[in-house]
Ligand binder design. Structure first.
Ligand SMILES: *[C@@H]1O[C@H](CO)[C@@H](O)[C@H](O)[C@H]1NC(C)=O
Ligand SMILES: *[C@@H]1O[C@H](CO)[C@@H](O)[C@H](O)[C@H]1NC(C)=O
Ligand SMILES: *[C@@H]1O[C@H](CO)[C@@H](O)[C@H](O)[C@H]1NC(C)=O
Length: 629
């Protein structure tokens, strides 16, 4: 126990050291844009300013404004609405650039307050003489991550000297006009932009991880179009550390590293005893790097974007699905050769270099104009680190500004693009070919897998491996995948709403999906078996009749004689009446004839009078029968 604690302490010191060495020796390059003061004359010049790591810099563009320095709240740590101050420019006037002092609160809070106060940009004046630094977002989790995502104005840090000079000019009543220029912020040498995204498959690191995966999801559509048309060359990258020689056999390095301490990542929960280990993160990162390598070799590097989004959706840590099995399912649903990926990953336990991760470690070190990559996520465009928030529109603007002028692809000029990704392999989404129903949807954000609603029937499921029509209407679509047939105007179906599966209807047998066969009730002796019965098979049923004047009772599968049945009684009664009627008719006719031939005498009249009541009776019987029909 004590040994473990000591090991943990030593390891923490090592991690701290690696970080410190990283930040002291690493070259973190401050990305700059230029700031041109156009008035007053005394300050006219072009100055450098450092682009903040939040907000939305106008890559490729310029912004003209007039500077304001607040009389109160000069560090902008409080909202300006509390002080009843607004910097909103009136129609026709120049936008306001708010100048504030460094100190007392986060840069991001200053920018947020300036934006809410109506400023178009924020200039933060340094409080000491030093080279320009990059204003970054706070690392703390509870530092107001919610408003961070909403900062949309550009921000710039300016030197103390420039800040002091602007304040002096303003206090003497001069108007200070500034032109912020981002056109040279990124090199734009040719008609292809190379960019790198340094990322991580860990999805449980709070707001940073969330904004990272949100960016990948949102940017996917544009990234894939740019890549497919050859406008860009994108490469994903992953940071790893190595375990110092002395700790290779420690429990900590064993749980955080693969390949004998060569490639390590911090434990996702910072707790060695629960959840996933650093090792799991390294392996998933390696899988993503390998997926890029394999798909790049087959000429489809853009599949990385699909894999990474799908993996994040389908295999999250909190559902305990951050596993090889889950990853393999995603890979297979995208139609990528799993064997090649496994080959590239190799054996994580082996004491050998992994060529892919070795290259990644070499790439971490800065070259040329690009500094070392030490923070995640980092976007590098044309070998310069991107500054500003990871937002689809902002990044697209930055990439677009990396093209030589007039060679920009049309996606840079419009946003109305379709991806047609569902045409290939159905985008890796669920589909029912027979019913012509798919969960794949083309959107500007690239394809998404979502169970559809078809002809008013809602499908439910994960969109990747299954979707199911909601129970109450399931037979509406493709008859619920069940057998159904129409013959001689009659339809029989093996689908029943609100019940699962397929079941042949009565009178049929089979699996209910592909076949249901008519049961021959006569041959199989299932019905109509009494000695007086005559059986005739029909489709889905049978006809049974009885010999003589017997009646067939379907429910009891038997023939019955008339006496036993109420129906026969009433029929007999009707027969008597009809007979009576016929006799009356015949009698009437005979009497008529008789009357014509001979004169009717009183006797005959008396007989007639005897018949009259019968006649009346027949009429009323006739009436009852009519009502019954
Ligand atoms: C940020 O913007 C979103 C959507 O535009 C909004 O719903 C949210 O309330 C905003 N957050 C803050 C802190 O203003
Ligand atoms: C990806 O493929 C392109 C073209 O085949 C190649 O130039 C590039 O070096 C490859 N990238 C990686 C990282 O393998
Ligand atoms: C499937 O449906 C789509 C639109 O819903 C239609 O364009 C296509 O022609 C259909 N295909 C078949 C084979 O019915």
């Amino acid at each position: 126990m004590r040994e473990n604690k000591l090991g943990l302490m030593l390891l923490s010191i090592w991690v701290l050291l690696v970080f410190m060495i990283g930040s002291c020796l690493g070259r973190f390059v401050v990305e700059k844009n230029s700031l041109r003061v156009t008035s007053p004359d005394s300050l006219k010049d072009t100055y450098e300013c450092a682009i903040g790591n939040f907000g939305v810099p106008q890559y490729g563009g310029t912004l003209v404004g007039t500077v304001a320095y607040p009389k109160a709240n000069q560090k902008a740590c409080k909202g300006f609405d509390e002080l009843d101050i607004s910097f909103k420019s009136k129609p026709g006037s120049l936008p306001t650039f708010l100048l504030v002092d460094r100190g007392d609160c986060f840069f991001t809070l200053k920018a947020w307050n300036a934006q809410r106060g109506g400023a178009a940009a924020i200039l933060v004046a340094d409080d000491k003489m030093e080279p320009l630094i990059t204003m970054d977002t706070p690392e703390e989790e509870n530092s107001g991550a919610e408003y961070l995502q909403n900062i949309s104005i550009p921000s710039a840090l300016i030197s103390k000297t420039l800040g002091d000079n602007i304040k002096k000019a303003l206090s003497s009543g001069e108007m200070v006009n500034i032109n912020l220029d981002w056109r040279e912020a990124l090199p734009h040498p040719d008609e292809r932009v190379e960019y790198e995204f340094w990322t991580n498959s860990n999805d449980e690191c709070g707001p940073k991880c969330d904004s990272q995966i949100d960016f990948v999801k949102n940017f996917k559509g544009a990234a894939q179009i740019l890549e497919k048309k050859g406008y860009t060359q994108f490469t994903p990258h992953y940071i790893t550390w190595y375990c110092p020689e002395a700790f290779i056999l420690s429990r900590q390095c064993k749980s955080q590293c693969i390949n004998h301490g060569r490639y390590c990542a911090p434990d996702p929960e910072q707790d060695f005893s629960r959840g996933y280990d650093g090792k799991d993160v390294v392996i998933q990162n390696l899988r993503q790097a390998c997926l890029y390598k394999v798909t790049n070799e087959t000429g489809k590097p853009w599949l990385w974007w699909d894999y990474v989004t799908d993996f994040a959706i389908r295999c999250p840590m909190k559902e305990k699905k951050y596993t090889k099995e889950c990853a393999d399912q995603v890979i297979q649903s995208l139609g990528i050769d799993l064997k090649k990926i496994d080959q590239c990953i190799g054996d994580p336990e082996a004491n050998v270099d992994n060529p892919v991760l070795k290259t990644e470690q070499d790439e971490q070190i800065g070259k040329g104009s690009r500094g070392d990559v030490t923070i995640l996520p980092t976007l590098v465009i044309n070998n310069r680190q991107y500054r500003g928030k990871l937002d689809k529109g902002a990044v697209l603007k930055a990439i677009c500004s990396g093209f030589q002028e007039t060679t920009e692809p049309s996606v840079c000029l419009t946003e109305g693009i379709e991806t047609n990704e569902c045409l290939e392999n159905n985008g890796g989404c669920w589909q029912d070919k027979a019913a012509n129903v798919t969960a794949c949807k083309d959107t500007f954000r690239g394809r998404v897998c979502e169970c559809p609603a078809v002809r008013g029937v809602k499908f439910v499921g994960d969109g990747y491996t299954h979707c199911e029509a909601s129970a109450a209407q399931r037979c509406e679509i493709n008859n619920g995948g069940c057998w159904s047939k129409t013959q001689d105007g009659k339809t029989h179906s093996a689908c029943v709403d609100n019940s699962k599966g397929c079941k042949c209807p009565q009178g049929f047998k089979g699996d209910g999906v592909t076949t249901c066969e008519d049961v021959d009730e006569c041959k199989d002796k299932l019905a109509c078996q009494c000695s007086q019965c005559k059986c005739k098979n029909t489709w889905g049923s049978y006809d049974c009749s009885c010999s003589g004047n017997l009646l067939y009772m379907h429910e009891h599968d038997t023939c019955i004689t008339g006496k036993d049945s109420k129906t026969t009684v009433s029929w007999n009664f009707i027969w008597v009446i009809i007979l009576g009627l016929a006799m009356t008719g015949v009698g009437g006719y005979a009497i008529y004839k008789y009357r014509i031939r001979r004169y009717m005498d009183s006797e005959i009249r008396a007989i007639m009078a005897q018949y009259m009541p019968l006649d009346n009776q027949a009429e009323s019987a006739n009436h009852i029968q009519h009502a019954e029909i």
